[in-house]
Design a protein around this ligand. Structure first.
Ligand code: PEP
Length: 251
């Protein structure tokens, strides 16, 4: 039995047109009483679909989230989307520090932390992503790399309900590769330990630690049963309602 209610969050990335809102409504149809009793769900569509997705999910108890937010509250920042705008469009969560943002957009820990703080100011729960590259894992540095990311990107003083951490090994994202259950267990235990130093022991004990990286129905049960894994951040499989629901059932 779990002491922390798990969360399965879908990251649609840069996928989804209006017609794809059908995925969200299909997930809502499949989120039955048994699933509702066991697991929280969130869908993070592209920003353009956040408002209609949130509207389509009213009454479903499925939350929505942004995939990124500006560090700025408002102003002359062409192309940026603020955390308050995401909240206004119905979001409850915001992913920050996804490896694609860290790598493709050069976001360092300080930026990720500023985004997490901006999200909190708008009353969004940040889903802060951390994870090592293949080279870092092979060099035996995975735990140290993630420790440094946590120290640099998690704001101090958040309570358990105001923070979600997603451990996403970069080499497992979109590749079909996953770490062993033992490696996930070791990392998640280490993350909870490190978090205690940032947000305090009591808060750290209740923060949801998601695993992300090639989660699919066939491996979800094994990954979700690892100690200190409190749900999943799902990329590719979140674009198929049946797969996303199957992963939720595995919790
Ligand atoms: C992600 O990018 O957050 C992710 C976990 O992707 P995938 O499930 O496709 O590996």
């Amino acid at each position: 039995t779990r002491s922390i209610r798990p969360l399965v969050a879908g990251n649609w990335k840069m996928n989804g047109l209006k017609a794809d809102l059908a995925i969200a409504t299909e997930v809502a149809r499949g989120y039955d009483a048994a699933l509702k009793a066991a697991v929280d769900l969130a869908i993070c569509p592209p920003a353009t679909l956040l408002f209609p997705a949130s509207a389509a999910l009213i009454g479903s108890r499925i939350a929505t989230g942004g995939q990124d937010c500006s560090v700025q509250p408002s102003g002359a920042f062409t192309g940026e989307v603020s955390a308050a705008m995401l909240a206004d469009a119905g979001a409850a969560f915001c992913i920050v520090g996804h490896s694609e943002r860290r790598t493709l957009h050069g976001e360092g820990n300080a930026t990720v932390r500023a985004k997490a703080e901006a999200a909190r100011k708008a009353l969004l729960v940040p889903i802060i992503c951390v994870g090592e590259t293949r080279e870092e894992r092979e060099a035996g540095k995975a735990l140290a790399v993630v420790r440094k990311q946590l120290k640099g990107s998690v704001p101090e003083g958040l309570d358990a309900a105001s923070l979600v951490i997603a451990y996403e090994p970069v080499w497992a994202i979109g590749t079909g590769l996953t770490p062993t259950a033992d490696d996930v267990a070791e990392m998640h235990a280490s993350i909870r330990w490190d978090l205690a130093r940032i947000v305090g022991k009591a808060a750290a004990a209740g923060v949801r630690l998601l695993y992300g990286g090639s989660v699919k129905p066939s491996n979800a049960a094994e990954l979700m049963n690892v100690a200190n894994v409190d749900g999943a951040l799902v990329g590719g499989a979140s674009l198929k309602a049946e797969e996303f629901l199957a992963i939720a059932r595995a919790c």
